[in-house]
Design a protein around this ligand. Sequence first.
Ligand SMILES: Nc1ncnc2c1ncn2[C@@H]1O[C@H](COP(=O)(O)OP(=O)(O)OP(=O)(O)O)[C@@H](O)[C@H]1O
Length: 233
Amino acid sequence: MHEPTITLTNVSKKYVRQQALAPLDLSLDHNGIVGLIGPNGSGKSTLLKLMAGLAQPTTGSITLAGKKITRRASEHIAFLAEIDSLYSSHTVKEAIQFFDGATTDFSREKAEEMLDKLKVDLHQKIRRLSKGNRARVKLVLTLSRNVPILLMDEPLSGLDPLVREDILKMIVSYVDVEKQMVILSTHEVSEVEPFLDYVIFMKSGSVLLNEKVETLREERRINLVEVMREVLQ
Ligand SMILES: Nc1ncnc2c1ncn2[C@@H]1O[C@H](COP(=O)(O)OP(=O)(O)OP(=O)(O)O)[C@@H](O)[C@H]1O
C-alpha cells in the first residue's frame, strides 16, 4: 500500500478564544479535484492553511509523503489564498516573471498559454485589471506550478458566473488528475459538483465526510446538495 500524500494525525487548531479545528485524523491520497465544503466558520481556511504550512497546529502533526509539513512546504504545495497577493504596480508579465523567480517549478510557457486562452493582456498593470481578470491571473499563477498539491481557498468567491466558469474549466483542463491533487474550498456546491472527484464536508471544526463523489452518487442516488443537507444538518 502506498503512503497517503497528506496525513493529519490528531490535528487541532485553537486561536485565542476560538477552537477552529477539533482534533482530527485525515488521510488524503486522492488524485483529482477535491471539494472542501462546509458552512461559514467550519474550519475550511484553517485546514488549508495548516496543510500549506502557513499556520502551525495547536496539537498533532501533518506530514506530506511522510515528512513533517513546515513553512518550506510551499516547495511542494501551491496555495491560492482568498486575499490578493499580487503587486499592483506589476504588469501581468512582470507578475509571471516574479513567480517564475520565486519558485523552481513554475512554467512560464504554461502561464502565458493560459492567459492567452483567457484573453488577458500581459502588458496590463495588475491594478488596472478587472476583479475577474485579477482572479484569472491568480489562478493561472497557481496552476502554472508543477507541484503534486494545489490548495485553493475560495477561488470562486465574489466572482460573476462567467469568471467562475472560466476558473473551473481551467482547473479541469490544466490539472493533471493522474498526478496532482487540488483541494478547493467553496460554498458553490451545485456549481462545482460536475467537476469534483472527491468531497470533504466540514462542520464546527470537524470533518464529517471524506468520500469519492462517484461512490456517493452510486450509494445514495442523490446530488451533492442533498448529500450536504443530510450530512450537515
Ligand atoms: N486568525 C484568527 N484568529 C481568531 N479566530 C480565527 C482566525 N481565523 C479563523 N478564526 C476562527 O476560526 C473558525 C474557523 O474559521 P475558518 O476561516 O477556518 O472557517 P471557514 O470554514 O473557512 O469559514 P468561511 O467559509 O466563512 O471562510 C471561525 O470561528 C473563525 O472565526
